[in-house]
Design a protein around this ligand. Structure first.
Ligand code: AKB
Length: 318
């Protein structure tokens, strides 16, 4: 039986696009999609799909054995804003599911893992501009604490048990095919929907609150490039810094206005402002550039054009 690739959290913002991209590349049957719920996007059912709670160790093992899984893309997590409402649930889900996958790799049931970390591993004491790969890391959210602990576990399993685990510290991700949920950077997706549907948006982050962000196409490419890079080039086994675009609500508003001149942007910061204020504004990703050749393609203007064009078609707006 051929070895397959498993996506955990295939119905999520990243999981949806990663599953579709991997299936286009390797064929539907080579990619096993799993999630705790049935997919709303019918395309996800065009290949194998299994209902799975990623914190269920036995269920996960059974699916890996049944499908002879080689590589697991672990994309299950409770994000920063929801995590602050349900701290214990966030810790439980984020840690348990990762440790189950690491154990399966240690036992050689599977061979390779991709697991996402986040800019949330950084905190208020981290340098804000051009945040280095190695720096002060004192996260102030449960999500950030769980991601930092996860990074330490990944490096530990690599050093102790030779587990082939790879990871990226994702910035905020912007996509039109699937929506994010429960993150602090979600405003940068909502703003495009509201611009087209209502012509106005009220940002829950303040006008000049800049954050590192990335268009989904770049993020998916980075994810696959790192996972498929030859092992000796993957020198960081905790998680790689990854940079795309850095912008604040005001600049994304200006870029939208160029294509939707009537667009009106207002600001009403809520609890997410404090989370955002604890994160970097821009990221130094020279290690990713050097080790596995990372280079983003999208800047703010190119992303805005892609988002508005694709969303117009998706929402059937003229
Ligand atoms: C969030 O806002 O929680 C996520 C992230 C930056 O990891 N998008």
């Amino acid at each position: 039986m051929k070895r397959t690739t498993l996506v955990l959290g295939a119905c999520g913002q990243i999981g949806t696009e990663l599953t579709l991209t991997l299936r286009a590349k390797y064929g539907n049957d080579a990619i096993i999609a799993t999630d705790i719920k049935e997919p709303s996007l019918i395309e996800l059912k065009e290949g194998p799909f299994e209902i799975l709670d990623a914190s269920d160790a036995m269920g996960l093992r059974a699916i890996c054995e049944k499908h002879n899984v080689h590589t697991v893309y672990h994309l299950v997590a409770m994000l920063s804003a929801t995590g602050e409402m349900f701290p214990m649930k966030a810790w439980d889900l984020n840690m348990k599911s990762l440790l189950h996958v690491l154990e399966l790799a240690k036992e050689k049931v599977i061979e390779k893992i991709f697991w996402p970390s986040s800019i949330a591993v950084f905190g208020p004491t981290t340098p804000k501009q051009n945040t280095p790969q190695q720096t002060v890391m004192e996260p102030s959210t449960v999500y950030g604490i769980s991601k930092l602990a996860g990074e330490r576990w990944c490096e530990y399993y690599f050093n102790k048990y030779n587990v082939d685990v790879r990871s990226i510290r994702y910035p905020g991700l912007i996509s039109w095919k699937s929506q994010p949920g429960g993150g602090t950077t979600d405003y940068a997706v909502e703003i495009y929907y509201k611009a087209l549907e209502e012509g106005r948006y009220t940002s829950f982050l303040s006008k000049h609150r800049a954050l590192p962000m990335m268009y989904m196409e770049d993020a998916i490419r980075a994810t696959i490039e790192l996972t498929e890079a030859s092992s000796e080039n993957v020198k960081v086994r905790s998680s790689y810094n990854l940079a795309g675009i850095s912008f604040d609500p005001s600049s994304i508003g200006t870029s939208i206005k160029k294509m939707v001149p009537e667009f009106e942007l207002n600001f009403k910061p809520d609890f997410r402002e404090e989370i955002a204020a604890s994160w970097p504004e821009s990221i130094d990703d020279s290690a990713a550039q050097l080790d596995w050749g990372w280079a983003p393609k999208y800047d703010l203007e190119a992303m805005t054009e892609a988002m508005l064009t694709n969303l117009r078609a998706k929402l059937q707006l003229s």
